[in-house]
Design a protein. Structure first.
Length: 257
């Protein structure tokens, strides 16, 4: 018997086997949850298909989170195929490379809008679209992914830090708004891990070294550890936790000097 037998989840943000979303999906599936996945653009379809096919009864659908029609169509398909929804994972972020690499003061208006649309507003849009399906399950749990650069100015993180601050505020406002409907909304603030998105951050490799040296546990986090934290937040194990930003970072955030 798995902890999540009979429950269903929808996963946004798998690009490849190094994606945090894939680590969380594997943990959810291990406990018996049936999963639907989305992919952004045809380029990623085959990769996501072949990962999803390793899990029982999975569903794979296209969705660019900037496109409202695609969002509607994903939730219509999930309704038809799965009939309910218990968990929603938002593991999606983007900022134009030049806006990450330039001095922060030179952030462009367009880049600012794009980063906030994809990395923060999409959490609101996806959670809203999930509500009718959560209702069928008597409630739901939403989990997003964030980073310490939302709270502190981290060199090289720039515009993405501002978008993550917005995402974290969205987590709290959604949690306050939807708690009465038994919908919980939380985020994992993950320590750095080497993924496709991370490679867009200038100096990422030295960030990894610095983190491993300074964190109380003296090492970086493993994808599997973020997977297990996602499982916790998306399962009834965390049933009275909402609006939280939970660090999974080997303790890095608690250190001063
Ligand atoms: P990743 O590249 O594997 O995942 C990012 C995902 O965002 C990809 O699947 C990509 O297709 C998707 N995406 C981007 N724009 C999109 C759009 N318009 N529509 C739909 N999907 C879109 O990298 P990851 O590191 O697994 O990132 C997942 C989440 O974790 C992100 O929110 C990221 O900011 C966060 N995070 C990552 C780290 C890290 O060090 N890797 C640390 C903390 C938080």
């Amino acid at each position: 018997m798995g902890l999540l037998d009979g429950k269903t989840g929808l996963i946004f943000g798998v690009a490849n086997k190094r994606s945090i979303a894939w680590a969380i999906a594997q943990a959810l599936s291990r406990e018996g949850m049936r999963l639907a996945f989305t992919y952004q653009g045809e380029r990623l379809k085959d990769g996501v298909d072949s990962l999803a096919n390793t899990l029982p009864d999975s569903l794979v659908l296209p969705c660019d989170v900037t496109n409202d029609a695609e969002i509607d169509s994903v939730f219509a398909s999930v309704d038809k195929e799965l009939g309910r929804l218990d968990a929603l994972l938002h593991s999606v972020a983007f900022a134009p490379r030049e806006d990450l690499e330039n001095d922060f003061v030179n952030t462009s208006r367009e880049g600012f809008k794009t980063a906030h649309d994809i990395s923060a507003y999409s959490l609101v849009a996806l959670t809203r679209a999930a509500l009718p399906l959560f209702e069928k399950s008597g409630g739901g749990s939403v989990c997003a992914l964030t980073y310490y650069g939302a709270e502190k100015a981290v060199e090289g993180y720039n515009l993405m830090g501002v978008a993550k601050a917005s995402l974290e505020a969205c987590v709290r406002y959604l949690a306050a708004n939807l708690g009465p409907r038994n919908v919980r909304v939380n985020a994992i603030s993950a320590g750095p891990v080497n993924t496709l998105a991370a490679r867009g951050i200038k100096g990422f490799t030295s960030m990894l070294h610095h983190h491993a040296e300074r964190a109380p546990l003296r090492r970086n986090v493993e994808l599997e550890e973020i997977g297990n934290a996602g499982l916790f937040l998306l399962s009834p194990m965390s049933s009275s936790i909402t609006g939280e930003i939970m660090f999974v970072d080997s303790g890095y955030n608690i250190v001063g000097l």
